[in-house]
Design a protein. Structure first.
Length: 246
């Protein structure tokens, strides 16, 4: 199984486990091409999947969370790689809290781009495929460009280029992991927070999820993915608990 297929499988397993026994009312925010929504439907859940570019189909709506009008309530809301680029993060999470039933859960899978530091970038650059599947540099190669392990292009040149790349992401409104966690913790009772491997789908076939996890556990690189589960407490009060993984 390729890295991307493995990553998608891991996300499906995580979300399906958190959704519990069917049938549950599930809203997916930012469904993309709908793979996760279809997996939830196959498991027996009642799914509404939204995205401005959602595919055709009875479970899909072409709308962002800000313009979503279904009042719910939903048992679970799933957001996989959608919160970091939503325009108004606070407003989006308020809307999610509005449509989630009391005691319902928000399940988040996200990318912590701000944690790609020099050591993490160098580790990744040394494991990129010789020829990307698309024939063009991947997002990971572009964000780590300037790194030439042990040769020219390293040092401050690399740091400047990588810093400029991420500064561009911030200017585009991409939210970093600290901002996402702060906004989540102010609205939901945290039940799980875990740092996880995220880079391996973009790396060569010799580099597995387990390899990335080993490097993370050894402190050689930062984890750049995270998973979060929070529940909506009475009257949306997040003070009843604190998230794990602090």
């Amino acid at each position: 199984m390729g890295g991307l297929a493995m990553w998608q499988k891991r996300v499906e397993e995580f979300v399906l486990d958190r959704a519990g026994s069917p049938p549950a009312q599930v809203l997916e925010v930012g469904c993309g091409e709908g793979e996760l929504a279809h997996a939830l439907t196959r498991a027996g859940h009642s799914v509404t999947a939204i995205d401005p570019r959602a595919p055709e189909g009875p479970i899909f709506q072409r709308v962002g969370i800000e313009g979503f009008s279904d009042p719910g309530p939903f048992d679970h809301v799933v957001a996989s790689l959608s919160l970091h680029h939503v325009e108004d993060l606070g407003r989006a999470l308020d809307k999610i809290a509005d449509v989630l039933r009391t005691g319902g859960s928000l399940v988040v899978v996200e990318f912590a781009w701000d944690r790609i530091d020099e050591a993490t970038a160098e580790w990744a650059m040394g494991r990129l495929p010789a020829t990307p599947p698309s024939g063009k540099p991947s997002w990971l190669e572009r964000c780590c460009q300037g790194r030439a392990c042990g040769g020219e292009g390293g040092g401050h040149d690399h740091e400047d280029r990588t810093g400029a790349h991420f500064a561009g992401w911030a200017e585009q409104g991409f939210h970093d992991s600290g901002r996402m966690r702060t906004e989540l913790e102010s609205r939901f009772v945290g039940r799980l927070f875990a740092w996880v491997p995220y880079l391996y789908p973009e790396l060569d076939e010799a580099t597995s999820e387990a390899d990335e996890r080993e490097a993370i556990d050894a402190g050689a690189i930062n984890a750049t993915g995270f998973r979060y589960v929070g529940v909506l407490g009475p009257e949306g009060d997040p003070s009843a608990g604190a998230p794990h993984g602090r």
